[in-house]
Design a protein around this ligand. Structure first.
Ligand code: PHE
Length: 468
């Protein structure tokens, strides 16, 4: 459906909810959350995470959606219309979305590679999970040689092409349609995997771990990790939710929708935690939970190897990751495409193609520096001084540690102190339904949220902690 001003719009309430949930539910929920919940002490981390989603995640998401719907613009256009001094916030949002999509799309390619792997050669994966993964990334453990990771690049190209097709078909015809199929599929697979794990021998210990609340190991770092994870998981601090909000019809109740999106995202994260952690406990042992970025591709192979029907459930797990990654990836691309079409008048189709080519090329550097080639970035924090992390880590540091919190801070300071919470509340109430928690929202967005984000930013620069 297009509105009279020619701007695209979600055609139905469920279409918008599924698209926003699709954006939020991604690799962050299924792959990152379980490891962090394990490291953070199981039940205690879960409680902290839920509190953060309620007190910080929800007000920020509501603000982003309200901004987008109010201005009917992409992220940069939003600030340009409301207060030019804050246009930089929009630019950071677009740049961070671009950097993230370059690597996110490649991880999507790895996921596809593993779906194929579990179908055609599960025994090869089980025989030596690490060698299999490194081989995809262009490094042979057997003889120490490096090569261009063509396998990963070809699968990334396929994944990116799928994104391009959906984006080119547009907001309603592509994104909404895909999510109406992709999200129910994702939920169905999640339930199948949960049943499989719960009915498996030996998962009791892991389940107990996830349900025991013990605050004795919770540190300040745990809080920061939970905060960083919440932002990433809810797709906040980027060009995404403002852009998706701009396609929401005025008749929609934004407060209710925000709550729904946050609840669904959190449920998927929790269920994933209850799948992955107990399964790892019961098979390869708790010490393998969540260690390192390649956890989902190396440690989990040991889990599937020992699980009855493991090759099938392995394939299902990567299919789950595939739907999650694809729906998130298209939302990130849409954030950038909306900016380029609206601010520079680019054609949707051609700019999407150019963007996808850039993603493929830049993402190849991300993939190649995982194990094969030693290209370095540069980093600074007060604890370690100047360091030279691998280029792939550098791409994640700059987005997760600096740009996302900075963009989120800009958004909250702008909404809390310049646009004013009353304007956001008025936008929320334009659907005709009163926003009962307006007072609480105003307090959170003015004080609690900006202070928390400032602390994350400062601590990550000082201590070099990884926040997501
Ligand atoms: N929220 C997504 C996840 O949990 C990731 C994402 C980040 C999506 C940024 C959009 C934008 O994986």
């Amino acid at each position: 459906m297009k509105k009279s001003n020619g701007r695209a719009q979600w055609s139905s309430k469920i279409g918008f909810i599924l698209a926003a949930v699709g954006s939020a539910v991604g690799l962050g929920n299924i792959w990152k959350f379980p490891g962090k919940a394990y490291d953070g002490g199981g039940g205690a981390f879960i409680l902290i995470y839920v509190a953060i989603v309620l007190l910080i995640g929800m007000p920020v998401m509501l603000s982003e959606l309200a901004l987008g719907r109010n201005t009917q613009s992409d992220t940069v256009g939003t600030f340009r219309k409301l207060n030019k001094k804050f246009t930089w916030v929009g630019y950071i949002g677009v740049i961070v979305a671009f950097i993230i999509v370059c690597y996110y799309s490649h991880i999507g390619g790895w996921v596809l590679r593993y779906i194929a792997g579990y179908i055609i050669e599960p025994n090869k994966i089980f025989a030596d999970p690490k060698a299999y993964c490194y081989n995809m990334l262009g490094y042979s453990i057997a003889d120490g040689s490096s090569f261009i990771p063509w396998t990963a690049i070809i699968f990334a190209a396929i994944f990116i092409a799928a994104n391009a097709i959906i984006i080119i078909k547009g907001v309603e015809g592509g994104i909404e349609k895909f999510n109406k199929v992709g999200m129910p599929a994702l939920f169905a697979i999640l339930i199948i995997l949960l049943v499989r794990v719960i009915t498996m021998d030996g998962t009791g210990e892991g389940l107990r771990y996830m349900m025991t609340v013990d605050f004795s190991n919770v540190t300040f770092d745990t809080l920061l990790t939970a905060l960083g994870q919440a932002f990433y998981s809810l797709s906040l601090g980027m060009a995404i939710m403002t852009t998706y909000g701009s396609y929401v019809p005025k008749s929609e109740n934004l407060a209710k929708n925000t709550a729904l999106i946050c609840i669904m995202d959190t449920i998927v994260a929790l269920v994933s935690g209850f799948i992955v952690v107990p399964a790892v406990f019961a098979t390869v042992g708790s010490e393998s939970v969540g260690k390192g970025a390649l956890f989902a591709f190396v440690s989990l192979a040991g889990v599937f190897e020992q699980m009855p029907g493991g090759a099938f459930f392995g394939m299902m797990f990567y299919l789950l990751l595939f739907f999650a990654a694809l729906s998130s990836c298209i939302s990130i691309i849409e954030g950038v495409v909306a900016f380029l079409t609206e601010q520079f008048g680019c054609k949707r189709k051609s700019i999407t193609i150019w963007l996808c080519i850039a993603m493929l090329v830049i993402g190849s550097v991300y993939t190649s520096t995982q194990a094969a080639f030693g290209i370095k970035g540069i980093w600074f924090d007060f604890k370690n001084g100047v360091t030279y992390p691998a280029f792939c880590d550098f791409m994640e540091f700059i987005t997760d540690r600096v740009m996302i919190p900075l963009c989120a801070l800009g958004i909250t300071v702008f909404v809390g102190w310049f646009w004013k919470p009353q304007s956001a509340v008025a936008e929320v109430e334009s659907s005709g339904v009163k926003f009962k928690l307006a007072g609480v929202y105003g307090f959170l967005i003015k004080y609690v949220v900006p202070v928390s984000i400032t602390v994350i930013l400062a601590v990550s620069i000082i201590t070099g902690t990884t926040l997501s």
